[in-house]
Design a protein around this ligand. Structure first.
Ligand code: ADP
Ligand code: ZN
Length: 733
């Protein structure tokens, strides 16, 4: 039996981010298992910890004892313990951050869910002498008479917990724990009937079914245009997985978790779907979690964090819209859902099925290389065609003396829509960064010569700066491309678009949806319904309206400025642009009225815009992949971003410089970029400076980098500067 335990302290602090060793008192040795919570001494206080491993020996002398065991059964499964280890290694986070990601807070606090505390009398109870403690005497009497009783039932009978505790101390009663039995419901046949599959669907499904039958981990990319029937394939694959007696995880982006979506799955798989997302109440989340632990829910449908759902025997993990950026967690642990899902698929020898109309470059690249199976669907289930896309060259508009933010083609189409009382979506990526400098005559944008991201304007110092490598240039007075002098600081937003529409079409009914107007979920739903019910003709919005909305009445989509996305100072800008335009285009031509898309841009010949207009993913992919190869960006290299932030500008630079100095000697063949001001240099009074490590297969450097991070955190006096480490960040602003 093991005499020592490796414990991680339940405090979110760098100071205790290492395993602590404790000795296990002999009486506890047969009960203690990895994954259990324990009370341990730490300095001169007591604290909670989690047992990671049991050890037969330790090199550390004079260990302190574990004080108490909290749980009758481990709170964390073997799989979770292994996953915690991997998460903290891969994403450079504290072990406790990884652990907290895995179990909801309400579950970690207090007693273990679903476990019933039973109180029973000990042999000593019969002879107990309790005349001077009548309350305890009465309680003990009841316990002896009725046998083991749930603690909460005793309390319901009017016995206070204090009395029970006193009896326990005297050794007259003891508590044990019991878990309600595992319930495995029989597989029910669907109530909503599966569709008869079309050719492409049937072929893809056949491949997935074959994969499900093999006892090995496999990954499959299902590249199907919108409305090609991917969801139907998900559901039939799910049925197949359940028939084999396995459970399944279905991941969707938060915004797609609508009641309709949930109903669709619950309709076909009644009474076995647990739903997890960030808007659940604590009680509801606990209930869903409980259903999963009990084995009642064999299907989990959820957003990002549901990837950690404690399902056993997973046979299939589906990630719908796998390219969505919301699959990346932006705080520690900064994991990508796709990578966690693949880790779990390997653990369970399950199939990972990724679906998208615009797969991420990383996923498609894996498929092309042959490391992931590629399945394609190119036809829509419904006979509706993809809408025609018109690209409007804004430089030409200007040359012909039309200076309005709406080009003439867009104006004309808006007019038509209003005359016919149809609906239009006007799309502007205001969240897009507007700090780039653009020549309105030729569309030229100043970019970094080595990183090829647009330079960010820093007005205070009147310079343009590359926020990857810190390259600087002064703001030009004439365009380096054409010599013109209409150099502009680019900016446009939803508010501006609204004002212009109102000026042009007084009295028009419009709705504006962006993060200012839709702070609550209800507001979001409210506007959604209003527009769907045709209470307005025009909907103006940010990327929020680009996804998932299905408005049959929309016959025109206008992209007011494709350049805000294209010129994001981020190497993924072309990919974002392609995805966004494809999605936006999918918002029209859904009804009998057909539809068209108008894209306004200063870069009418950029490959991401041209390929999106042609609905041609493959051409986009090849061009973009070549671009990434030349500049050694993912998927050809990994990026590791160290972001320093704090209110003291000088200290932030100093800390970043110090850290970067430690990084250089260990970097090997990887490049160290920076420190450079982040593109969003100041957010909420915090200055932001970053250093980027860029190289092939960075994971080889992880142990050395972790040592540097530890050294940074132990620096005394502590830097008043926060350090956030992000492995392969999706957004570098
Ligand atoms: P995607 O997920 O690829 O966007 P969906 O699976 O939502 O597409 O399918 C679009 C629509 O077509 C849905 O209303 C769905 O019920 C319907 N559908 C899917 N497959 C079939 C089929 N084989 N026969 C008839 N209708 C289908
Ligand atoms: Zn640069």
């Amino acid at each position: 039996m093991s005499a020592y335990a490796e414990v991680i302290i339940d405090l979110v602090s760098n100071a205790v981010d290492r395993p602590f060793h404790y000795s296990i008192p002999p009486a506890m040795r047969k009960d203690l298992k990895p994954g259990m919570r324990v009370t341990v001494p730490l300095g001169n206080r007591r604290t909670q910890g989690y047992v990671l491993r049991l050890l037969k020996e330790t090199k550390i002398a004079s260990l302190r004892d574990i004080i108490a065991i909290t749980d009758p059964e481990p709170l964390l499964t073997k799989e979770q313990l292994a996953l915690i280890h991997w998460l903290s290694f891969r994403y450079y986070c504290r072990t406790i951050d990884a652990l907290h990601a895995m179990v909801p807070a309400s579950f970690r606090k207090g007693r273990q869910p679903g476990v019933i505390q039973l109180i029973e009398a000990t042999p000593a109870a019969e002879a107990a002498e309790l005349d001077r403690a009548p309350v305890q005497k009465e309680a003990l009497q009841i316990i002896i008479e009725k046998g083991p009783l749930a603690h909460r039932d005793l309390v319901r009978l009017g016995i206070n917990s204090q009395a029970i505790r006193s009896l326990e101390k005297k050794g007259l009663v003891k508590s044990t724990f019991a878990r309600p039995g595992l319930v495995k419901p029989a597989v029910k046949t669907s109530s909503s009937r599966p569709h008869l599959m079309r050719d492409e669907q049937a072929f893809c499904f056949g491949e997935i079914r074959a994969a499900l039958e093999l006892p090995m981990a496999q990954r499959i990319l299902l590249h199907g245009i919108t409305a090609s029937g991917k969801t139907e394939i998900y559901m039939q694959s799910l049925a197949c997985c359940l028939e084999q007696g396995c459970s399944a995880l279905i991941m969707v982006p938060e915004i797609a978790l609508t009641p309709q979506m949930i109903e669709q799955f619950e309709g076909r798989f009644p009474a076995m779907v647990a739903v997890l997302h960030s808007r659940l109440s604590v009680a509801e989340k606990n209930r869903q979690w409980q259903m999963i632990l009990n084995g009642e829910a064999r299907v989990v449908l959820g957003a990002r964090s549901a990837v950690f759902a404690p399902l056993a025997d997973i046979g299939l993990i589906i990630i719908d819209e796998e390219h969505e950026t919301t699959y990346k967690q932006e705080e520690a642990p900064r994991y990508h859902t796709r990578d966690v899902a693949w880790w779990r698929a390997r653990y369970h020898k399950a199939v990972l099925l990724l679906g998208s109309a615009t797969p991420s470059l990383e996923s498609y690249h894996l498929a092309v290389k042959g490391d992931q199976k590629l399945l394609r669907m190119t036809a829509r289930v419904t006979p509706v065609q993809l809408p025609p896309v018109t690209i409007v060259d804004m430089r030409k508009e200007l040359k012909e003396n039309h200076r309005h933010i709406f080009s003439r083609p867009l104006l004309e189409n808006l007019n038509n829509v209003l005359e016919r009382d149809e609906q239009a979506l006007l799309f502007i990526n205001r969240r897009g960064f507007s700090g780039f400098v653009l020549c309105r005559e030729c569309g030229y944008v100043v970019r970094c010569p080595s990183c090829d991201v647009s330079l960010t304007l820093h007005l205070d110092r009147q310079v343009m700066c590359c926020h990857y490598c810190a390259h600087e240039e002064i703001v030009p007075t004439s365009c380096p491309g054409c010599g013109g002098i209409k150099i502009r600081y680019f900016s446009a937003g939803t508010q501006r678009v609204e004002d212009e529409v109102k000026k042009l079409f007084p009295g028009v009914s419009l709705i504006r949806m962006d993060s200012d107007t839709t702070t609550s979920r209800q507001a979001h739903n409210h506007y959604y319904r209003q527009f769907r019910d045709r209470k307005a003709n025009i909907l103006i919005g940010t990327q929020m309206i680009a996804k998932g909305f299905d408005f049959p009445g929309v016959t025109l989509v206008g992209v007011v400025a494709a350049d805000t996305t294209l010129n994001l100072p981020d190497f993924r800008a072309p990919e974002r642009t392609f995805q966004l335009l494809t999605q936006v285009a999918g918002r029209t031509a859904r009804g009998p009225g057909g539809g068209r898309v108008i894209v306004q841009t200063y870069h009418p010949t950029h490959y991401s815009i041209l390929a999106a207009a042609d609905h041609d993913y493959h051409t986009f992919f090849e061009k973009e992949l070549e671009h990434r190869r030349q500049l050694a960006y993912p998927p050809f290299a990994d990026l590791l971003r160290f972001l320093f932030s704090g209110s003291d500008e000088k200290a932030v630079y100093e800390a970043a410089g110090w850290f970067t100095g430690l990084l250089e000697p260990i970097a090997g063949s990887a490049e160290v970029l920076g420190p450079a001001p982040a593109s969003l240099y100041r957010i909420k009074e915090q200055y932001r400076v970053q250093t980027i490590l860029k190289g092939e297969a960075l994971t080889g450097l992880t142990p050395a980098v972790k040592r540097v991070i530890r050294e940074y955190h132990s620096h005394k006096p502590p830097w008043p500067v926060r350090l956030a480490v992000d492995f392969n960040p999706l957004v570098v602003l």
